[in-house]
Design a protein around this ligand. Sequence first.
Ligand SMILES: [Zn+2]
Length: 363
Amino acid sequence: MSGKNSRIVFDGHCDTPSRIGAGSFQLEKRNGSGHIDIPRMREGGVSAQFFACCVDPDLPPGVWEETARHCLDSTVRAIEPLEGIKLALSGSEIKKALERELISIMLSVEGGHVITSPASLEYFYGLGMRSLAVTWKNSNRLADSSEGSRRWGGISPFGGEMVSEMNRLGVLIDCSHASRESFFDILEHSSDPVILSHSCAAGICDIPRNADDSQMKALAESGGVICINFFPAFLDQKANREIMKIWKPYREKKSALARRYGNDPERAGAELLPDAMRRLEKIPMPGVSSVADHIVYAVEIAGIDHVGLGSDFDGIPVTPSGLEDISRVPALERELAGRGFSQRDRDRIMGENLLRVVELVCG
Ligand SMILES: [Zn+2]
């Protein structure tokens, strides 16, 4: 292998597809806003990236499936004509792309609420989906979310059936957002390792959205990977309190307003977001070292082969200072080097671990 981009740096989660087709965003251009585009991925040395299609559950349930289809489809169509970037359907395709110094994009869907049957799972697989987050912030017919109602006390019988189907098809199961009980149910049902594509350590920032030590240990035993989220509200308890004082009421108001507008979360967000952002931007954010703290912690609990990166870029309203977008990823690696991680260990954290699981599950 040759060239600096032949190294695997693999980010487990971003919400960039929501920007594709919206406003003036162009994946191939360097954009003045947002966190990810091709020039900035190149600058950050990022060679593979999961692009998540997240369907807002505040949309009418009748359009969830169609919205996910549209998102996957438009993302594929945006990538296809571009130079230097390629849709990957397996780990071996990522490896081939790496040799040609191409950036690989893998598609995921965030939120099992869009899955209505084994046939719909297979349909999304056919559209290129290679990972599914069993829940988003809402509990659904498959499982309970860490932020949603306790509907099943874990996963439902249908959720168990879908876990088996994902194992059969070769869809990587993502337990980020799922409740603790759902997580353990999924581990028990799944014959493949699972991932937490964008979660942090509850041992440092104790919130239900983060993974506790017992989850990390079980994840490692299954062969999976926890990809550390960059969202300051998940990194640090104090930042969490200050951000959530603004972000939680924003999300609640947005849902209520979306209902008033006939289930239109986009219109509600456009109206309420600017004020929330103005207030969020005044909060001092934790730095790159906070992300490194979570990586160090996860390595201690889960082991060096079970930790990766899950930026959540383009899905988080604020970022750590010094890690403002994907081009700044080398700053995180420098921090890890400063913490004593060898080149070999950094290679695993930066991408090899996630690639190993993708190869095992998706081929
Ligand atoms: Zn998420």
